[in-house]
Design a protein around this ligand. Structure first.
Ligand SMILES: [Zn+2]
Length: 138
């Protein structure tokens, strides 16, 4: 048995006391301790969860291992910031693949379904290709 501050009046009472002898509140020692424990647990969980989330975020954005282990014979490509990072990591030549599909008269929707790329991204590649063909005098 130890003396602890009463959760209401702050005076020292026994931790086994059912009532505070000073202010009369019931179980003067227990609640504060439980609340404190609960708050500590929540804060710890948030810190651990936040840390794990931040670690996952940082590693998934930079993912240097993912890039270099796909093809070690070629230097890792510079990331094009105008394009989502994921397709660049999954398939470095995905632009060429999309252009091939465009050449075979597939629609933007069909290519999007097959590759999982967004339609916006495919239209962008289509436009780039058209501009390059135009510049080459085709
Ligand atoms: Zn009290």
């Amino acid at each position: 048995m130890a003396l602890v501050p009463c959760r209401e009046c702050g005076k020292e009472v026994s931790d086994a006391a059912e009532k505070c002898p000073y202010c009369g509140i019931s179980t003067p020692s227990k609640k504060r301790r439980q609340v404190k424990l609960a708050i500590t647990a929540i804060v710890l969980l948030l810190l651990i969860g936040g840390g794990a989330w931040a670690y996952h975020k940082v590693t998934s954005v930079f993912a240097p291992d993912t890039i270099t282990t796909i093809d070690t014979t070629r230097p890792a490509p510079k990331l094009d910031k105008t394009v989502p990072v994921k397709p660049q990591i999954i398939q470095k030549d995905y632009k060429e693949k999309v252009e091939e599909m465009l050449d075979s008269d597939k629609s933007v929707g069909e290519i999007s379904d097959e590759t999982g790329l967004s339609r916006k991204e495919i239209r962008r590649i289509k436009k780039e290709k058209a501009e390059r063909d135009k510049a080459a005098g085709k």
